[in-house]
Design a binder for this molecule. Structure first.
Ligand code: F6R
Length: 248
């Protein structure tokens, strides 16, 4: 594991984007796993800027999103489908057919997880971008999820719904269910870049990095990944106990 501590959100965005840009320059056909939420928005802005400067192209890139709400339409402004188009896809030259976001069509509920799982199995991600929930979730793998989980439909934690209610008019509007890659799918990526910023993430970051590997802290399993880079701002890194040793 490598932990990069940055001054603030903007530097986290620049450094994490630079890691991806470097790989894209070497290989223009990367398979990239993407996250939504506040953490990667700056990273995506930097990718868009690199695209606008003709440094990189997404023409041959294939993307796989971690998760999607179930119970709201894909066209809903807060769906992860809408988020990805607003914050990245509409600004770059990615091909529609190369975008994979879990389908959340309620009428085909029983088939959705197996369908996405099939896509993931045949397409190992070169890089997986991750955020982390205050409760240690990665994707929507909430505490208690089996560390061997594959794509599934999950009932969201109350804490997660409260955290995400900032994007909706009220808590009632926040979906109760989501479809998510499982922890096993996340671990299958060749490289993982996890980003976190702000004091509210400090405690869980230390637990994820230094704590016992356990289902109650899903992100703790990342300690076992052979190529994990954690990019943090000073606040999110402020409770890490043995940073010097980790980065040896
Ligand atoms: C989003 C996702 C979640 C978020 C996490 C942190 O696709 O899978 O695990 O990464 O909830 O969200 P933010 O970045 O908004 O704090």
């Amino acid at each position: 594991m490598k932990v990069i501590v940055c001054k603030d959100y903007n530097e986290v965005a620049e450094k994490s984007a630079a890691l991806i840009i470097k790989e894209m320059i070497i290989n223009d056909s990367l398979k990239i796993g993407l996250a939504t939420g506040s953490s990667p928005i700056g990273l995506y802005k930097n990718l868009i800027a690199a695209y606008n400067s003709n440094l990189i192209s997404f023409r041959n890139v294939i993307t796989f999103n971690l998760d999607e709400y179930v119970g709201i339409d894909r066209k809903h402004p807060q769906s992860y489908y809408s988020f990805m188009y607003e914050n990245l896809f509409k600004h770059i030259d990615i091909k529609e057919k190369n975008i994979n976001i879990p389908n959340n069509d309620l009428s085909r509920m029983d088939e959705l997880a197996a369908e996405y799982e099939g896509k993931l199995l045949g397409n190992q991600r070169d890089i997986q971008v991750l955020g982390i929930g205050k409760n240690g979730h990665i994707g929507f793998n909430e505490p208690g999820t089996a560390l061997s989980s594959e794509t599934f439909i999950i009932e969201l934690d109350e804490q997660t719904r409260i955290d995400n209610s900032r994007f909706f008019r009220s808590l009632d509007e926040v979906p109760k269910y989501a479809i998510t890659m499982g922890i096993k799918n996340i671990m299958y990526a060749k490289k993982i870049i996890m980003i976190a910023t702000g004091k509210a993430k400090a405690k869980i970051i230390n637990e994820a990095i230094n704590g016992e590997i356990r289902e109650e802290v899903p992100a703790s399993i990342l300690q076992l990944h052979p190529d994990l880079i954690v990019v943090l701002d000073e606040e999110a890194a402020s409770e890490i106990e043995n940073l010097d040793i980790i980065n040896l």
